[in-house]
Design a protein around this ligand. Structure first.
Ligand code: 5GP
Ligand code: SF4
Ligand code: MG
Length: 450
């Protein structure tokens, strides 16, 4: 899980990319970086923290260039260290390359070991460096050829933006697992981003999604599109993007996240009604679904939890105690709303069960009479190998306990998850065009577990 962005323009791209990258901040809060090319050279700055921790206004004033990329990181492969932040850079045959990657290779360890045996030394512990290394190795003046040769070797999920000194390239794995959108800013240039919302925020118009297996090259002479292979795979877009990751205002591969989430809430009410006084969302990701649940059921929607806006996404914390504290800091019950009420609490997912157990306990302490839990995704029973940091199976509560047992563990009066069919229906695209492996175990690319 990361956010990537790129721009090619007649004008300076530094500030637009800074704003665009800020609009992807929800996709990664560990590190941020930008690489800017001006035709002569590429300059890069990256560091730990939020976009606004790494970039000061003075840097943005100093830098100028008409091509650039940016990255925000949420570590899935390799630890959370400065040396693993992106964009990465490489120098090959008189050219400078800089790359930013969202996704996860499943054959990273195999490729890396092979390259190390050949004598290659790496500067990071992330799979993205293997991709950049392979592209640099195969680059002899034709970037598309180098990418095609690299795509022959790498397997898994990748959405990538890459620049040369005067060229922007964007490409997507043959299944289109991770999202990548193409847009244009009239009279200025081209934008690519993990989410459509950034294109709009940067003042551009969304043109389309980059196709699975497509390589788009943008330079002074215009925009060229190449397909990695003639025969195309059935796409496998990550359904978790719609469930949780993407912003509400993102439309990815034909599905708008907000409308999807609202439909999930409606379907969930049809599948699992609750006889209660109030529908309460777990902010922020549960809000559209709670609206859907409330509109369908005619049960009033209420804010029963106050969110601390200055806390990031608190999913990955090293210890269970820290995770508990993080949930407490992030969300606090509104006693005046929930006291003596029967409520249904709507959230997007249960992974470890930390959030729901903690919230239900505290809502009861605040006086709620009954707390029913409704989840707008099916139980997460399998790890993701494509760049979403779900923990190993032993930590996934639904992989180890039945729904009745989970209900007891989290202390809910009732618990229901949306069905796989309901989830499909809510996307309004063909179910076979989605990766749902964390829910149904059908992996588009077989994971290699070493
Ligand atoms: P749990 O507490 O059950 O481990 O996680 C469920 C909560 O974490 C839900 O509120 C959901 O919105 C959120 N969540 C699910 N997946 C992710 C993720 O990959 N990253 C972050 N930051 N939060 C997640
Ligand atoms: Fe997305 Fe789940 Fe597939 Fe991972 S396994 S890509 S989270 S749908
Ligand atoms: Mg949440």
């Amino acid at each position: 899980m990361c956010g990537i962005i790129g721009m090619f323009s007649d004008k300076d791209v530094t500030k637009p990319l800074f704003y665009g990258l800020s609009s992807l901040q929800h996709r990664g809060q560990e590190s941020a970086g930008l690489s800017i090319g001006n035709g002569q050279e590429i300059i890069r700055k990256k560091g730990m923290g939020l976009v606004t921790d790494v970039f000061t206004p003075s840097i943005l004033e100093e830098w100028k260039g008409n091509v650039g990329i940016g990255h925000v990181r949420y570590s899935t492969s390799g630890g959370s260290y400065e040396y693993n932040s992106q964009p990465l850079m490489a120098f090959a045959r008189g050219e400078t390359l800089s790359l930013a990657h969202n996704g996860n290779l499943i054959n990273y360890q195999i490729l890396r070991t092979r390259l190390e045996e050949e004598g290659m030394m790496f500067q990071t512990t992330i799979d993205s460096e293997v991709i950049l290394y392979l592209i640099s190795r195969y680059y002899h003046g034709d970037i598309v050829d180098a990418i095609r040769k690299t795509m022959d070797l790498i397997e898994g999920a990748y959405a990538i933006v890459l620049i040369l000194k005067d060229t922007l390239v964007a490409f997507r794995d043959p299944y289109g697992i991770r999202p990548l959108v193409l847009g244009k800013k009239p009279g200025e240039g081209t934008i690519v981003s993990s989410e459509s919302s950034s294109v709009e925020i940067m003042g551009g118009q969304v043109l389309r999604d980059i196709h699975p297996g497509e390589i788009v090259v943008i330079d002074k002479s215009g925009q060229q599109s190449y397909q990695y292979k003639h025969e195309q795979k059935t796409p496998k877009h990550c359904v978790f993007e719609y469930v949780y990751f993407a912003r509400n205002d993102a439309t990815l591969d034909g599905v708008n996240a907000y409308m999807f989430r609202r439909r999930c809430g409606e379907i969930l009410y049809d599948e699992a009604p609750a006889n209660v006084d109030l529908v309460i969302p777990v902010p922020d990701s549960g809000i559209p679904s709670a609206i859907g649940y409330s509109q369908r059921s005619k049960i009033p929607l209420a804010e029963g939890l106050v969110k601390n806006r200055y806390m990031g996404r608190t999913f990955i914390k090293p210890s269970q105690e820290e995770r508990e504290m993080a949930v407490k800091l992030k969300l606090n019950p509104l006693t005046h709303v929930v006291i003596d009420k029967k409520i249904v609490l709507v959230d997007d997912s249960i992974v470890r069960g930390t959030t729901s157990a903690n919230l239900i306990r505290r809502l009861r302490d605040a006086g709620a009479k009954e707390v029913h839990m409704r989840i707008t995704s099916p139980p997460v029973i399998n790890p993701c190998y494509y760049g979403i940091d779900t923990p190993q199976r032993s930590k996934l509560i639904a992989a180890n306990y039945s729904i009745e047992e989970i209900q007891k563990k989290i202390g809910a009066d009732s618990l229901a998850f949306i069905s796989l069919e309901g989830l499909d229906k809510a996307t309004r695209i063909q179910g076979e065009h989605l990766c749902k492996a964390c829910f149904d175990g059908v992996y588009p690319v077989d994971p290699i577990v070493l």
